[in-house]
Design a protein around this ligand. Sequence first.
Ligand code: NAG
Ligand code: NAG
Ligand code: NAG
Ligand code: NAG
Ligand code: NAG
Ligand code: NAG
Ligand code: NAG
Length: 585
Amino acid sequence: MISSFSVFRVAFGLLSLHPLVHGQDTLSTDVNTYGTNSQSPYQTFISAPDLKPPELLITENAGGLSDGYLFIGLDGKPDSTQNVPCIYDMSPGPRMGTLVWTGMNYTQPFDFRVQTYKGEPHLTFFLGTLLDGYGHGSFYILNQSYVEVARFDAVGYPGLGDLHELLITPEDHALVTIYTSKQTNLTEFGGASDGWIFENIFQEINVDTNEVVFSWNASDHVAIDETYNTIANVGTEAAPFDYFHINSVDKDANGDFLVSARVTNCVYKISGKDGSIIWRLGGKRTDFDLDPAAEFANQHDARWIDSKKQDQLTIFDNGPHGDVSHSRGMLLTVDQSEKTVRLRTEFRNSHSTFGQFEGNVQAIDPANPDTNFMVGFGLEPYFTEFSSNGTVLLDGQFANATVVNNYRTYKLPWQGKPLNNPSINWDMGTGKVHVSWNGATDHAKWILYTADSADSSTWANISAPITRTGFETEIDISGADRLRLVRATAVNGAGDKLGWTDVADGNNNYVQASDLDDSQISTSDAPSSATGRATSSTASVTTSSSISTPTSSSQASAAWKTWRAPPFVINVLAIGIAFAEFRSV
Ligand SMILES: *[C@@H]1O[C@H](CO)[C@@H](O)[C@H](O)[C@H]1NC(C)=O
Ligand SMILES: *[C@@H]1O[C@H](CO)[C@@H](O)[C@H](O)[C@H]1NC(C)=O
Ligand SMILES: *[C@@H]1O[C@H](CO)[C@@H](O)[C@H](O)[C@H]1NC(C)=O
Ligand SMILES: *[C@@H]1O[C@H](CO)[C@@H](O)[C@H](O)[C@H]1NC(C)=O
Ligand SMILES: *[C@@H]1O[C@H](CO)[C@@H](O)[C@H](O)[C@H]1NC(C)=O
Ligand SMILES: *[C@@H]1O[C@H](CO)[C@@H](O)[C@H](O)[C@H]1NC(C)=O
Ligand SMILES: *[C@@H]1O[C@H](CO)[C@@H](O)[C@H](O)[C@H]1NC(C)=O
């Protein structure tokens, strides 16, 4: 067992020595489109003008990170464009914090993550209307090409599924929650005899057949007096009394369920046979003796680390309670026969963030006893990766405090294979080419080609492979004259061409053109004059990173002599420092 507070004191000392790392693409701080009453930078891209993801800011990076991409489902200002699912590259190095994918038409996603469905990784999320602490909507599953392969509703509640859970079980069933109203005599609690409560339901759904495999109603098993919530002005049909507030459901290896209810401060183990409560952990009727350090309140996201062994579980303790005024991830040691619970590790970020609502804890590699943990701070736009002993490894944020939130933050493996082509913009005036590929993960480099006509049978390269610097890579070809048309291909580490951009004519006009095969490509250093190609000695290349270095040996030639940091890198640093000094509640 580890005393978390001493660990944290040590951690702060060490972490302050580490340099800041930032995402690197172009920035805007237009307050009208991102966040409320504050400056929260979002990124813009010349080659993908529709995309406006938040600028990710990494304020501490101590190394020792797990592999994986960062998944955030933004819940921003309602009329902003900043309500999008985002995937970011978190690989150590210059690409850390850069965008991989954002899906601009999936507005206000909740519980956005990767799960295995039909044996393959898929993106899953809830979309709908955010109501007073719950949602009405539907559930989405996208394949690795970002194509919707399933969209379904809670059974019997079309368009009325709730936002708190979308878990795909090993049987490819979906666990979802529902908030509906139920008439109840509330005189005992200060309400009307014909008052209303929220009935909280969870369903296990066979997605293929749309059948309910298992369903559970809170009011059948949990009395209203288990709540810590007060009835105040609610209890009507329009505003039912929220006495339970289900916010996570998990299924264990034995077929039983683990349910977290925020306002009873309790995690319930529920029989998968008859729905009866096997035990309560926390709250007014706890079956467990909780070590005082393990107490929690208003919690979210209760999960077994190993749902067979069932000896450790994670909870996001929103708080506040007792002396604890910050939110924290908790790794608890649970002894189900002795009915004891001990705090094994606390996950507290460098800001001691209090995230009043939402939030989660993810064991990034649960099979590994030394797994790192990702904690999302819900209402506050912070996320932190911790080592297994609670040391902060990486602290990040995706907005200024309190302006946007993200229900759950995950770090997960992902391979994106978009069906759309990569994008290009060539501005002949500045001589710069910008290339990007929303959703792709496997392209390591870009190669530029030129020809005189879009259907030319021969395209000559005007660059050797150029290392991808982030979401968008900038290539300066201002030194190359007499180019008529330019297009690019994205290549993976093995040199395979993964996709071709359209053809750009230097005036923001694009011609759709089919992919080129190798017979159409010339890589000789003396292409025919018919291509109108410039000599390589006059071309220069920059990329949108001051850190990236050329890797191909040909890049050391005269053609590659100019490597410079564009001015916006400096802007990113300035904003980064402002953020680092900012502190939340
Ligand atoms: C964050 O928002 C606060 C309050 O609106 C503002 O004073 C501050 O300058 C903002 N910080 C940044 C880094 O934008
Ligand atoms: C988003 O766009 C895709 C592709 O055009 C479409 O299939 C999907 O239905 C759209 N999603 C929403 C929520 O509109
Ligand atoms: C995703 O689904 C689309 C439509 O069925 C299909 O064309 C594409 O190949 C799929 N992508 C993957 C990675 O399976
Ligand atoms: C409502 O509950 C109260 C207190 O338990 C009881 O006295 C009253 O008769 C009930 N009213 C109705 C209409 O059932
Ligand atoms: C759960 O509650 C819903 C809504 O009141 C109701 O339709 C359903 O029959 C209930 N299920 C059970 C098992 O009682
Ligand atoms: C906690 O883990 C970190 C990173 O793995 C390690 O550097 C540190 O020494 C550990 N601290 C303690 C107190 O075990
Ligand atoms: C074109 O590609 C070839 C083969 O990769 C390379 O040797 C040559 O330097 C490239 N040309 C330019 C202008 O970079």
